[in-house]
Design a protein around this ligand. Structure first.
Ligand SMILES: Cc1cc2nc3c(=O)[nH]c(=O)nc-3n(C[C@H](O)[C@H](O)[C@H](O)COP(=O)(O)OP(=O)(O)OC[C@H]3O[C@@H](n4cnc5c(N)ncnc54)[C@H](O)[C@@H]3O)c2cc1C
Length: 265
């Protein structure tokens, strides 16, 4: 196995840039390992770059506007952290449903987001999370996730709940009813006011092979319905979801949206 331990995140990013497609950041390795033909035998052609030995990526702290979560924080440590429970309770709830304890003790938040489909992706996207990169730039997570070559993420910035009243947010995870089966759809919805109903302004969904993205057509439909005080039908919502999801997932997503917006009664 080819594994390098660069001296700093900046050195890691420079190495990844130099190696191009042969490079792969590795944190807990819990996701990456699943794609190896032999679980204990890493592919020879890949140059793994260890991102787990810099203390600055393994901290949780507050700045005047944001909760900062280091990308190298283990999932279970994020879930249990009092600042996460206070400022991002839905993230803590999503983490409670993620894998088994063993996976949460090894896997990291950076690995979950780096995957681009994990449970935390829609939650962070719906919260308008930002990402700190190795050149000190801070950019919206939505932008980072669209990049072909995903950069090394150092930390995630989430709005503090005591600076502005946090908008209502829910997380849903749908899968087959089996002892172990990967989720079909992960979704987070955020409202702009406490009344909820049609004031949804963020709908983020992740599904295997599709990555995480906002369902912008559905957001637009609900915004329009909210402004004009009209009630969209389940079919209207499903049609907009089909613009970015395959029909079977659009059907699930539209029912979740309609249910949370009080449109099924
Ligand atoms: C049995 C089992 C059950 C699981 N159940 C779930 C589940 O229910 N929900 C779920 O979401 N996931 C699940 N997973 C997947 C996985 O464990 C998690 O998504 C975990 O968060 C991955 O973190 P990691 O540190 O192990 O990532 P790794 O495997 O080390 O890396 C994953 C990806 O992220 C990239 N990466 C890692 N760190 C960074 C960084 N700082 N910046 C940029 N890119 C980075 C890597 O290059 C790689 O592409 C499960 C895995 C297993 C084995």
């Amino acid at each position: 196995m080819l594994l390098t331990h660069p001296s700093s995140p900046q050195a890691a990013q420079a190495l990844a840039r130099k190696l191009g497609n042969a490079a792969c950041f590795i944190a807990g390795g819990t996701l990456l390992q699943q794609s190896w033909a032999e679980p204990r035998l890493a592919p020879q052609a890949t140059h793994f770059i260890n991102v787990m030995h810099w203390p600055e990526m393994q901290q949780i702290s507050l700045s005047p506007q944001y909760l900062h979560i280091g990308a190298g924080m283990r999932l279970e440590a994020v879930r249990r952290h009092p600042l996460v429970q206070q400022h991002a309770p839905v993230l803590a709830q999503a983490l409670a449903q993620l894998g088994a304890m063993g996976v949460r003790h090894l896997g990291t938040l950076g690995g979950n987001i780096g995957w681009g489909e994990g449970d935390c992706c829609p939650v962070l996207l719906a919260m308008d999370a930002q990402v700190e990169l190795t050149d000190s730039n801070i950019q919206p997570l939505e932008q980072t996730l669209k990049l072909q070559q995903r950069p090394l993420m150092l930390s995630f910035l989430l709005p503090r709940s005591d600076v502005a009243p946090p908008p209502p947010l829910v997380f849903e995870k749908v899968g087959y009813r089996a002892a172990f089966s990967p989720a079909l759809l992960r979704m987070a919805l955020r409202w702009s006011d406490a009344q909820q109903h049609l004031s949804v302004n963020r709908i983020a969904a992740a599904a295997p092979g599709l990555g995480v993205h906002r369902l912008q057509a559905a957001e637009k439909l609900l915004r329009h319905a909210h402004d004009l005080q009209i009630r969209p039908t389940l079919t209207d919502i499903r049609t907009t979801c089909e613009q970015s999801l395959p029909p079977h997932l659009a059907q699930i997503a539209s029912r979740l949206i309609a249910g949370h917006c009080g449109l099924l009664a």
